[in-house]
Design a protein around this ligand. Structure first.
Ligand SMILES: [Zn+2]
Length: 153
């Protein structure tokens, strides 16, 4: 279903001619294969982060159960603890279950994405970028990695 949505969205329009960006998709080799009629990607960025860091981030993450606004107890807490800045709902909760559940989800993610990463590496299309550090630094790394890959001149 997602594959049909992506294929329909980028086929036969400006995106098909000038290119498009997929964020977080495809995640598996099977999904990439299903999109193969769109061509081999010109570039792929693979963000990496240590299990320890992602666990810390997920445990600090809070989500408003009313509107879905996302917070972090580390660096983006609501102005009033437990009250959503957007809708004033009182239902912010931890988005992750616990460290064990996070570890299991990361292992599943690794198993599902490893074949796709190998395939992208075999085709020389992937740049591995560290997702650790502040968002501005990570953004600069992503731009530095993608610019040489997509340059058309
Ligand atoms: Zn809210």
């Amino acid at each position: 279903m997602v594959i049909d949505l992506v294929r329909d969205r980028v086929s036969g329009c400006e995106a098909a001619r000038s290119g498009f960006i997929l964020d977080g998709f495809p995640r598996t080799l099977a999904q990439a294969d299903a999109l193969s009629n769109l061509g081999v990607p010109r570039a792929a960025l693979w963000l990496v982060i240590s299990t320890r860091e992602v666990t810390t981030r997920l445990l600090a993450r809070r989500v408003c159960s009313d509107c879905g606004a996302v917070y972090s107890t580390d660096h983006h807490a609501p102005r009033v603890a437990g009250i959503c800045d957007v809708c004033y709902g009182e239902g912010t909760s931890c988005a992750a279950d616990n460290e064990t559940a996070i570890r299991q989800r990361l292992q599943l993610y690794q198993r599902e994405t490893a074949p796709l990463r190998r395939w992208l590496e075999e085709h020389g299309r992937v740049s591995v970028v560290s997702g650790t550090d502040d968002p501005r630094t990570v953004t600069e790394r992503l731009l530095s990695a993608i610019n040489p890959q997509v340059r058309t001149d």
